[in-house]
Design a protein around this ligand. Structure first.
Ligand code: SF4
Ligand code: SF4
Length: 281
């Protein structure tokens, strides 16, 4: 089973839930924990992995040979991402817009375009506390997270239960993760903002036809809007984690919830069966 722990925005406790779920399940089975929040990976702060393999993730950027280029503009017209422009006598490449699809190279009638590798980030794998572990990280200044997430996907071990800490939000990186999981566990908090972002995440999961369930973090700080919404939309609310100073303090110093408060291990371990029941509905 592949479980994405996701949220409509950052800061809801998504990583706390992903780490605690993985550690609780690993007591009885093989579990792989993947940090797919490649713009801000922080799972490693809680599980201190031993990294045993790493590889760079590149994209191929076009490089125009001005001595050969005839300024015909075919490449500019062919690029659906508007990553090329003909400015005066020069073809200008906008690397942050380029998806590395290679189309411009193919259409150039004069063979004036070469492709050069441009680093986007890294994918690292290893082990952590009995877990198989993987994480991706974008290079500083890079904006294209999806290719790194796709590379991380190649590391999935089908024989394991896989817990994926998904990127926050409802953009391309989150969608890239939700597309290849069996169920989404949406983490939110009991506030108007939490409800707003939960609705966005539910919309994405429904569009992708991914079953879902909710974890309510910091229960008790707000109101019951989220619970009412889940009931109305028939989305199972499987776990409520109360607002608790001990939980917040342990998070702040990188101690997983199930280590700081071991009585929570059972609740997280039981989530597996509850998620399977949701998937079977
Ligand atoms: S590789 Fe693709 S995205 Fe990049 S400039 Fe060429 S056509 Fe555009
Ligand atoms: S298609 Fe080739 S020759 Fe035409 S503008 Fe682009 S790089 Fe130059």
């Amino acid at each position: 089973m592949r479980i994405a722990v996701a949220s409509g925005k950052g800061g809801t406790g998504k990583t706390t839930v992903a780490v605690s779920l993985a550690l609780a399940l690993a007591e009885t089975q093989s579990v792989q924990l993947l940090d797919c929040d490649v713009e801000e990976p922080n799972v490693h702060l809680f599980v201190h992995p031993e990294i045993t393999a790493a590889h760079a993730v590149d994209k191929l950027l076009p490089q125009v040979d001005e001595a050969i280029c005839q300024r015909c503009g075919d490449c500019v017209r062919a690029c659906e991402f508007h990553a090329l422009a003909l400015l005066g006598q020069h073809i200008v490449v906008f690397p942050e817009l380029c998806h590395g699809c290679g189309r411009c190279t193919l259409v150039c009638p004069h063979g004036a375009i070469d492709e050069v590798a441009h680093s986007l980030g890294t994918v690292e794998t290893g082990t952590a506390r009995g877990l198989l572990y993987g994480q991706g990280a974008l290079d500083v200044g890079e904006a294209m997270a999806t290719p790194i997430i796709r590379e991380l996907k190649r590391e999935i071990r089908p024989e394991s239960t896989v817990v994926l800490d998904a990127p926050p939000g409802t953009g391309c990186p989150a969608i890239a993760v939700l597309r290849w999981v069996d169920i989404a566990l949406l983490v939110t908090e009991p506030t108007s903002f939490g409800l707003h972002d939960l609705k966005a995440a539910v919309g994405v999961a429904r569009t992708l036809d991914v079953p879902m369930a909710v974890v309510l973090n910091r229960a008790g700080v707000g109101d019951d809007q989220v619970e009412a919404y889940c009931a109305q939309e028939r989305i199972p609310l499987l776990l409520k984690i109360p607002f608790d100073r001990a939980i917040a303090s342990s998070y702040a110093v990188g101690i997983p919830l199930v280590d700081a408060l071991p009585e929570w291990r059972k609740a997280f371990a039981e989530l597996e069966e509850e998620l399977r029941a949701v998937m079977a509905e």
